[in-house]
Design a protein around this ligand. Structure first.
Ligand code: ADP
Length: 521
């Protein structure tokens, strides 16, 4: 505004100067001509006339200067001076130029006088400039005034415009008191955008809650990690699996732990490996998600790993257990076949071969039993009378020192053939690991059934392990009695299938009581 006002004033000033200059020049020329007209009627000697600031020149038709009021002596021919030639040609003429005679800017006016000469009056133009210069100070003052006023007004106006804008309450623009009409569309727009933004925020919040609900309900760990390691999201399962409290928050993945896998994720690499955390085996997998970073999944595979290990051990054990009797059988049969054994040894070797073959068959039976038990459906369960099962087992051991005691038996849910098999195995063991043909007792009490002997007993350490497949306390004794190390594994498996508890109480050298407690129907 200040610039525009200053430019306008300056332009007006220049135009004014141009007009004033031209007017002033015309006035001066007019004055010179009216003086010339007076002079043309003067027929005396010009030298008697006084010219204060003017110069009179009289020029003959051939251009010779007859008289000059300012310069005495010879002057050059003036015929070619434009005002002179004009005066001779048209009766009058004028011009403004620099005089080569007096060396000043001059205004010339000439007329043809009645005697045929041209008289010319001239005056210095410096008076025009003095006139114009005299106008500069008031104009400068005016310019200054305009600058100050326009600066003041523009400041006031910008304040009037801006203050209401600055004081707008961006949350509720329409309620800002000092709004003027032109601001109403802006206020409405802000109001509209506020509504849109809060709508977006609400839906973001909803999405976030949904996301947290979904990931929070997962049993597997889930994290979103930015390249560089910033943790964007981490569900409860991930915290639990990595041994952290549910309330803990982490800004960087390295705050959780300095696992090598975390460094790979942090660098934006993909991970698919297993790591040991607090005694558990975790499988960690990361997927790269464009523009976000990595989605990291954590699975607890401890049980699967333990099962796999058990499976491997089982296969190793089975092949080992099968190889032992087969080696014996092939060894003895080779001796017989080669004819190196005498008759007495042939009988002995044949008996041993038969014994190993029976053991082999029992081993295979037990292994098949175990694998068969893996796939017995629970819906085949029905009411089982433990007393009847116990009586059936007892009759299988008729002629042995076995007693059956029953105290208020209760029917249980299960499969009687499997319960029979479990109790049979327990009684078989009780006789195998008995001493001096002590009696073995089957006690049915409520929903539990126990088999007790007064045999060799089990140490506390062995009690922990006797249910493991192929575990035998004394391998040679077990081998002697034809044991496979699978009997109690089968019992445990049957108990597990029935949801029953199994317990051992035993004292070395005194005897053992193994109890299976079933659930009532
Ligand atoms: P096995 O076929 O060798 O008897 P089991 O799985 O039935 O295999 O038993 C595992 C081991 O537990 C046996 O080798 C034996 O050492 C021990 N055991 C089982 N029952 C008894 C018992 N009643 N008294 C003492 N030791 C026992």
């Amino acid at each position: 505004m200040v610039f525009m006002a200053s430019v306008s004033v300056l332009l007006a000033f220049l135009i004014f100067l141009a007009v004033a200059y031209s007017d002033y020049k015309n006035v001066q020329i007019g004055e010179l001509f009216s003086d010339l007209r007076l002079l043309s009627s003067f027929d005396g000697d010009y030298s008697v006339l006084q010219f204060k600031d003017r110069r009179l020149t009289v020029i003959a038709p051939d251009g010779t200067v007859l008289y000059d009021s300012m310069v005495g002596g010879e002057l050059e021919n003036h015929a070619s001076r434009p005002e002179v030639s004009d005066a001779f040609a048209y009766g009058s003429g004028y011009e403004m130029r620099r005089s080569t005679t007096v060396l000043e800017n001059m205004l010339y006016a000439a007329i043809l006088s009645s005697d045929g000469n041209v008289i010319r009056l001239s005056r210095a133009t410096s008076s025009i400039y003095a006139y114009i210069l005299g106008m500069v100070p008031p104009l400068l003052f005016l310019l200054l005034l305009v600058i100050v006023l326009s600066a003041f007004i523009s400041l006031r106006i910008s304040r009037i415009i801006c203050e209401p804008i600055n004081s707008i309450d961006l949350e509720h623009p329409a309620e800002s008191g000092r709004l003027y009409d032109e601001l109403a569309p802006l206020a409405r727009r802000i109001e509209h955008q506020n509504a849109e933004i809060s709508g977006h925020l609400r839906s973001l919040e909803r999405d976030k809650n949904e996301f947290a609900l979904i990931t929070g309900g997962m049993k597997d760990g889930f994290m979103v990690v930015r390249r560089g390691g910033a943790v964007v999201s981490m569900n409860g399962a991930a915290k639990r699996l990595l041994g952290k409290n549910p309330g803990e928050e982490f800004t960087s993945i390295l705050e959780i732990g300095r696992y090598p896998e975390f460094f790979t994720i942090l660098e934006g690499g993909a991970v698919d490996s297993k790591m040991d955390v607090g005694g558990r085996v975790l499988e960690i997998r990361s997927e790269l998600v464009e523009d976000i970073g990595s989605a990291v999944f954590i699975f607890d595979v401890s049980e699967k790993e333990a099962l796999d290990r058990k499976e491997r051990e089982f296969v190793q054990n089975v092949s080992h257990e099968l190889r032992t009797p087969i080696t014996s059988i092939s060894g003895y049969s080779e001796l017989i076949a080669s004819g190196t054994a005498d008759n007495e040894h042939v009988t002995e070797f044949s008996r041993l071969i038969n014994k190993e073959a029976v053991r082999l068959a029992r081993l295979i039976d037990d292994i098949l039993d175990l694998s068969r038990l893996e796939s017995v459906p629970a819906d085949e369960f029905s009411g089982v009378d433990l007393e009847t099962v116990a009586a059936d087992v007892a009759s299988s051991f008729s002629g042995r020192n076995l007693e059956l005691v029953s105290e208020s038996p209760v029917r249980v849910s299960g499969r009687s053939d499997l319960i029979f098999e479990a109790v049979y195995n327990l009684v078989d063991n009780a006789f195998k690991y008995n001493r001096n043909d002590n009696p073995v007792t089957i006690l049915v009490s409520g929903t539990s059934i126990s088999v007790s002997d007064r045999g060799i007993g089990l140490s506390p350490e062995d009690r922990q392990r006797v249910f493991d497949r192929f575990y035998r306390v004394d391998k040679s004794r077990s081998r002697e009695t034809g044991g496979t190390g699978l009997g109690l594994s089968i019992v445990k498996r049957i108990a597990d299938m029935h949801g029953a508890d199994i317990s051992i109480s035993s004292t070395l050298g005194e005897g053992t009581v193994i109890t299976i407690s079933f659930r009532p129907i």
